[in-house]
Design a protein around this ligand. Structure first.
Ligand code: URA
Length: 253
């Protein structure tokens, strides 16, 4: 499945008082007392508002005991052709089998690529980030390099910009950018991810995709030093400019 079939994790958040009640097995009224007496901290600061919404990466203590202290993980992988974007598969190697990380059991895949597509795959345990990257309303651009069977013309550029009608879903694709880079190659930028979208868009011209490679998702570019099958951790600064990181300041929380 293409991008839209991404593992769209539900953002893990909830009220502080309910979280403490559940974790410490206290009735809500005792939690109120603990909060009022300054026994609860969130990210190192005393918190008295039980209705405060907390997220999976907030550090929470109650009566001096750490209840939650989890750090986010962000990885990029250069997916080779022939590896499947799934956690388990009976026939093919999975992207998770390529990751050798001590906390890999926490990770989920952010937006899938087809079996025969190569390139950038992101993995994380941060559901806010993956939700932001995959939610249709975020319109995060994804850049692909594509090689076709037959020569390309300017008609393709117009068709991609106007949108291509998919009868099966009865929809027209959102405006996409197509830049011709040679007679047979192009760069495609999509802001959505329908099933096999790029192959089907070129299919309208009966022009078969020979190779498809994803080179960027939003602000994250595939590291050119990563060989197919290699991965590395992303630094927080690589996730985007502070202005573009709406998800971090509460968007889609
Ligand atoms: N479009 C496709 O056809 N396949 C992909 O893997 C991604 C986009």
């Amino acid at each position: 499945m293409a991008d839209i079939a991404a593992t769209r994790m539900k953002s893990k958040r909830g009220r502080l008082d309910r979280y403490i009640a559940k974790t410490c097995q206290h009735p809500l009224r005792s939690v109120k007392l603990l909060l009022a007496s300054g026994q609860v901290t969130v990210n190192g600061v005393i918190e008295r508002d039980g209705q405060r919404l907390i997220h999976e990466f907030d550090c929470i203590t109650c009566e001096g005991r750490v209840l939650q202290q989890q750090t986010p993980i962000y990885l990029m992988l250069h997916k080779p052709v022939g590896v499947v974007c799934a956690t388990i598969d009976r026939h093919h190697k999975t992207v998770l089998e390529l990751i050798d990380h001590p906390r890999k059991h926490e990770l989920h895949i952010v937006g899938r690529l087809d079996l025969n597509t190569s390139g950038l795959v992101l993995l994380t345990n941060d559901s806010r980030w993956s939700r932001y990257l995959t939610a249709p309303e975020s319109k995060v651009p994804k850049r692909y390099e594509v090689m076709l069977e037959k020569p390309l013309t300017d008609d393709y550029v117009k068709a991609f910009s106007d949108g291509v009608y998919f009868a099966y879903e009865d929809l027209t694709t959102a405006p996409a950018t197509l830049v011709l880079t040679s007679e047979y190659t192009a760069e495609v930028i999509l802001t959505e991810g329908k099933y096999h979208q790029i192959k089907r868009m070129f299919g309208r011209f009966r022009n078969a995709v020979q190779t498809l490679h994803r080179s960027a998702v939003g602000d994250v570019e595939l590291d050119a030093t990563l060989a197919p099958g290699e991965w590395r951790q992303l630094a927080v600064e690589e996730l985007g400019s502070p202005e573009s990181i709406a998800w971090r300041s509460g968007f889609l929380r």
